[in-house]
Design a protein around this ligand. Structure first.
Ligand SMILES: Cc1cc2nc3c(=O)[nH]c(=O)nc-3n(C[C@H](O)[C@H](O)[C@H](O)COP(=O)(O)OP(=O)(O)OC[C@H]3O[C@@H](n4cnc5c(N)ncnc54)[C@H](O)[C@@H]3O)c2cc1C
Length: 318
């Protein structure tokens, strides 16, 4: 119930205005968001790199409604790729297609993506296409396949809560397209998604195994030395059991630690991030920045009631 409510709030304009004007909300949100601009995010990335953690940077924004907004988001991502290159940090970039016009016009989205890919090629970096709600899963996968034909340094995300994901994993791994495995962060109906947490978890383990089994068939099965190009599978979860089940299976089939990576979100389970990095596993932290932090923040609240109580209890203290 609480999860559904916060995901509903993440799309409500009135709630966005209310919460973004409340100064304390930013203080809580900044636990999950690295700052407002490129300078902020490069500084955070440097700190994480110094702790042995790789990074994927996300310029926050989604569901753009004007072509102008998509163009300025495109410019920002190009500047971000250039900054990663200039400051030589161990980071790649994650993007959401609705920030670049997927909801407006596919050609506009393709044109923006072409500019980003051109810059990724020049700066030798990797672009991860995040997965949004199920209404655009197929379009997202179609565009990932199109991009892969233009530049191999592209991957996407699979959500284990969707029934369709097993087939998507088989198709994507046959083409050696890198996958980030997640449980899924949106509100989906039982028509398209497993309603029970244990089913989502079981499917996560199954899909992770399928990816691990395919690693040796792909040309570049290991994470690149500069920490930018990931292997075929990233196990992206803060659920220690999902990670350890993936590692156990990888050990069973004699994969090395560099054949897969572990990903977690900035500000969540830092203890686990540190633990796996110290054990020698490549760990990548997803670091968002920018002024459009509201929907991302609401999804983080939706995932964990304790975050909401922290916010609410401070509301009454202020
Ligand atoms: C690197 C990365 C990229 C992602 N990209 C996408 C994407 O493109 N599309 C998409 O739909 N989803 C994405 N997600 C989100 C994902 O789908 C889940 O919603 C999120 O990771 C929570 O699920 P979990 O696997 O951590 O397991 P859960 O069972 O939800 O959580 C396990 C434990 O992790 C901790 N935890 C989890 N969430 C929080 C939180 N918000 N605050 C504090 N503690 C928490 C708690 O201790 C909890 O008990 C991404 C997640 C990661 C890690």
């Amino acid at each position: 119930m609480l999860r559904a409510f916060f995901i509903f709030l993440s799309k409500a304009n009135w709630a966005q205005k209310l919460i973004m004007n409340w100064r304390f909300a930013w203080r809580v949100a900044s636990r999950f968001v690295a700052g407002i601009n490129i300078v902020d995010v490069i500084n955070v990335t440097r700190d994480l790199n110094a702790q042995g953690l790789n990074v994927t940077i996300d310029h926050l924004g989604e569901n753009a409604t004007t072509a102008e907004d998509t163009l300025s988001a495109t410019k920002e991502v190009i500047s971000l790729l250039q900054a990663i290159d200039k400051y030589d940090v161990r980071a790649n970039v994650s993007i959401k297609l609705t920030q670049f016009g997927l909801n407006i016009n596919t050609d506009l989205c393709k044109s923006n993506l072409s500019k980003i890919i051109e810059c990724a090629k020049k700066t030798r970096n990797f672009i991860r296409i995040d997965m949004e709600d199920s209404s655009i899963t197929q379009e997202t996968i179609d565009l990932v396949n199109w991009l892969k034909g233009v530049y191999p340094g592209v991957g996407t995300v699979i959500q284990s809560y969707l029934y369709r994901s097993e087939q998507d994993v088989l198709n994507l791994t046959n083409d050696c397209i890198p996958i980030r495995m997640v449980k899924g962060a949106y509100q989906e109906s039982a028509q398209v998604a497993f309603p029970k947490k244990n089913e989502v978890d079981e499917n996560f383990d199954l899909l992770t195994k399928i990816c691990l089994d395919k690693i040796r068939q792909c040309n570049e099965p290991e994470i690149s030395d500069d920490g930018r190009f990931p292997p075929l599978i990233a196990i992206a979860s803060h659920d220690d059991l999902r990670i350890s089940n993936g590692i156990d299976y990888a050990n069973q089939i004699n994969l090395s630690k560099k054949n897969y990576e572990i990903q977690m979100l900035y500000g969540i389970r830092r203890d686990l991030q540190k633990k796996y990095a110290e054990l020698g596993y490549p760990v990548r932290v997803y670091v968002p920045y920018g002024t459009h932090w509201y929907p991302y923040f609401m999804r983080r609240l939706a995932e964990r009631p304790a975050n909401v109580w922290f916010l609410v209890s401070n509301l009454f203290r202020n």
